[in-house]
Design a protein around this ligand. Structure first.
Ligand code: AMP
Ligand code: TRP
Length: 330
């Protein structure tokens, strides 16, 4: 039997090339080898304030881009987090089993806490809801970008602790980090992750919905350095290293092979070739996106997906409540 893999995406902004390389593309590559479920984490989206209309667009877009990138709803269960009610319920139970000290150690929380921003209880307990997302499906593997690894480690700890205290209940999931491209950096500040939360119009971020000409322009004006030698040196040449990573991920080759390919190239030619590869790939995705975005197909995919994953979610929640002595009446 195929191993089970689950991952979610939190579309709080327009999807970027970073999301594509770090998440969407690896999902598509995984669907042959794994029993894959992918969901849209709309609960996680409201852990920080977000405009309702913007959220709606982003949720719909995320689904359309998943499909456009090649996820096949016949074989992959694609669903909306809130359509499976058991997730939030198990999330609450996970909160109750997690010491606050562990949540205080989560880097995502620590980073925001120091900004002086007002943070919600939902933001604080983001990791326990994520643990529920994963554990409720009894998943074996969780493909995530580097930034999400800590949350998967917490998930493993919670599962192990639960099993020790209440008896074997959860499968212990493992994070899977893509070898190439787990962290695509900003084209303008390659010390920073390319992130959809950056301001729109930022020249460092490429959006999947963006005009192809504008994408080309951004790559051509990506920050490099004065070495004028295309080599993978993330410390001293982070801009060039980032472009090499993008190229290698899209061409499905290693960074070393990409480095060899460009060994004799000047920066201008190097960037042109990277831009061609990025633009070709995004253009293909955009064409497919246009086909699905206005159809009823999207709601049908979500309905079928939720129906397929719900029985397992119900079974896990039932087991948890039984083991914890919460459901005496059965
Ligand atoms: P987020 O956009 O933070 O909701 O992330 C959704 C998925 O895309 C997660 O698996 C992230 O780790 C991945 N991801 C987001 N930004 C990047 C990036 N710049 N490089 C690689 N992966 C990313
Ligand atoms: N927290 C993830 C992110 O920001 C999204 C997410 C929510 C997720 N639940 C998940 C990813 C469960 C993997 C598994 O990208």
């Amino acid at each position: 039997m195929k191993k089970r893999m689950i991952s979610g995406i939190k579309p709080t902004g327009q999807l970027t090339l970073g999301n594509y390389i770090g998440a969407l593309k690896p999902f598509v590559q995984s669907q042959q080898d794994y029993d894959l479920s992918v969901f849209i984490a709309n609960l996680h989206c409201v852990t920080m304030p977000i405009d309702p209309q913007e959220l709606e667009t982003n949720l719909k877009d995320a689904l359309a881009f998943y499909l456009a990138a090649g996820l096949n709803p016949e074989t992959t269960d694609i669903f909306l987090q809130t359509d499976v009610h058991e997730i939030a319920q198990l999330g609450f139970i996970m909160n109750c089993l997690t010491p606050m000290g562990e949540l205080n150690r989560m880097t995502q929380y620590k980073d925001k806490k120091d900004t002086g921003m007002s943070l919600s209880g939902g933001f604080y307990t983001y990791p326990t809801l994520m643990a529920s997302d994963i554990l409720i499906h009894q998943a074996d593997f969780v493909p995530v970008g580097e930034d999400q690894k800590q949350h998967v480690e917490l998930t493993r700890d919670l599962a192990e602790r639960f099993n020790n205290r209440f008896g074997e209940t959860f499968k212990i999931p493992e994070p899977v980090i893509p070898k190439v491209g787990s962290k695509i950096m900003s084209l303008q500040d390659p010390s920073k992750k390319m992130s959809k939360s950056d301001k729109e119009g930022d020249k460092g971020v490429i959006y999947l919905k963006e005009d192809i000409k504008s994408i080309r322009k951004k790559i051509m004006s990506a920050v490099t350095d004065s070495e004028n030698k295309v080599q993978y040196q993330p410390e001293t040449q982070p801009g060039v290293a980032n472009l090499l990573t993008i190229y290698a991920s899209l061409k499905e080759i290693t960074v070393k092979q990409a480095e060899e390919h460009f060994a004799q190239s000047r920066y201008g030619d190097f960037k042109k070739e990277v831009a061609n590869v990025v633009c070709d790939e995004i253009e293909k995705i955009q064409n497919k996106y246009d086909e699905v975005i206005e159809s009823d197909f999207l709601s049908k995919v979500l309905e079928d997906g939720a129906n397929k994953v719900r029985p397992q979610a119900q079974e896990t929640l039932r087991l948890v409540q039984e083991k914890m002595g919460m459901d005496w009446k059965r």
